[in-house]
Design a protein around this ligand. Structure first.
Ligand code: PLP
Length: 386
């Protein structure tokens, strides 16, 4: 299926809603039936019925079909946030006494789930760096049920060999879950590498305008149906019709936004790499990146997120640089129209800052939809203040 068909036509039954080009927001909690027998059927099989919008809703159905097609998955669910998608995917695949293998430094709220919530239910987690398949193999225990991946992750962009991990997991009857928020399905399709469940924060590139939260979870229909009937309906954390509509609107322009952002990012990185005050730029599609070959093999591209280490070990200088930027906002998240910086030192008390620790000196950049020259001039003047 062509991407153009997915973005503009797939699942859009315009004859059902007056030929409207933009789909309706079916803002209803409830659905009515004319026959008791139809109600009975819907109650028995909510996965294929419009019964109540905590489950399925016609606006989010359109979005689900498009996102599943982009992931090359049989089906998907759209949650009210990426964190919800993570929670449901993991919860659905563990029980008390089970063990999980996760990559080190996964998304904050995945890590909190492993370290805080699941511990209370006697589910343990082993963290591995993940750049070498043997690390996974050595961590497998008889009770390992899930391998949790994030490739690339969002500060150091460490990758995992998706096909290799998927194959190892299949041999050991382990479910693989991969957070694909960095790449989006346009730049990486983990399902095609044999990963069982792929998720992404739709808040980032799918929404694209910093005005809506969402999370996508894709996989085989049997698994998705099971998660729908249990975790999603029980937690009540599906996306709302209005948010589904905003995500559909964002999705229309995803390819052009990613193309533009990728180009701008490349130009900004080339500038930074040539600057005397820059020690290092970490970006998976840069030849200097330690896993560049693997990145080229399993990713079609990289977008707006990269990390910069300045030639200073002073927290004050890092703060001064960030606060001197006029066109980059200081904020978490990414994927919107606006460029951002997020210094690692904002996540710690100033007395915890360790000058020797490379990680503490990192500044994460996101380049949005502005002109490259506009952003470069801004970085130049902020570096000039140091
Ligand atoms: C933002 C993010 C999430 C969580 O998504 P929300 O929509 O903010 O809940 C998960 N994984 C990664 C890599 C993210 O960047």
């Amino acid at each position: 299926m062509d991407d153009s068909f997915i973005f503009n036509e797939l699942a859009e039954n315009r004859e059902d809603y007056f030929g409207a080009v933009a789909p309706p927001i079916v803002q209803t909690s409830n659905f009515a039936f004319t026959k008791v027998e139809d109600l009975k059927q819907a109650l028995g099989e909510e996965y294929s019925a419009h019964l109540y919008s905590r489950g399925l809703n016609p606006t989010s159905d359109i979005l689900r079909k498009k996102l599943a097609a982009l992931d090359k998955a049989e089906d998907c669910l759209v949650f009210n946030s990426g964190a919800s998608a993570i929670f449901a995917a993991i919860l659905a695949n563990v029980a008390s006494g089970d063990h999980i293998i996760s990559v080190e430094k996964p998304y904050t709220w995945a890590q909190k789930m492993f370290d805080v919530i699941l511990q209370r239910f006697n589910v343990s987690t082993t963290y591995v760096h993940g750049s070498d398949l043997n690390q996974f193999e050595e961590a497998i225990k008889p009770n390992t049920k899930v391998i949790y991946l994030e490739s690339p992750n969002s500060w150091e962009f460490t990758l995992q060999d998706l096909s290799g991990v998927a194959e190892l997991a299949k041999r050991n009857n382990i479910i693989t879950i991969c957070d694909n928020s960095y790449c989006t399905p346009l730049y990486q399709k983990p399902i095609l590498h044999g990963i069982d469940l792929v998720l992404q924060s739709a808040t980032k590139y799918i929404g694209g305008h910093s005005d809506v939260l969402g999370g996508v979870l894709s996989g085989k229909q049997a698994m998705i149906k099971r998660i729908f009937e249990s975790e999603l309906l029980n937690m009540g954390n599906a996306t709302s019709p209005f948010n589904a509509w905003l995500l559909l609107r964002g999705l229309r322009t995803l390819p052009v936004r990613l193309e533009r952002i990728s180009k701008t990012t490349r130009t900004v990185i080339d500038f930074l790499k040539g600057h005397s005050l820059v020690e290092e730029v970490i970006f998976p599609m840069d030849p200097s990146f330690s896993q560049y070959e693997l990145a080229k093999k399993q990713m079609k591209g990289a977008c707006g997120l990269f990390t910069v280490i300045l030639k200073t070990d002073s927290r004050d200088q890092i703060v001064k640089f960030c606060e001197s930027l006029k066109h980059f906002l200081i904020a978490v998240s990414w994927g919107g129209h606006e460029s951002l910086v997020f210094p690692k030192c904002a996540s710690m008390e100033s007395n915890e800052f360790d000058r020797q620790n490379r990680e503490h000196r990192m500044i994460r950049f996101y380049t949005g939809l502005e002109d490259a020259e506009y952003l470069i001039k801004d970085i130049q003047q902020a570096l000039g203040k140091l």
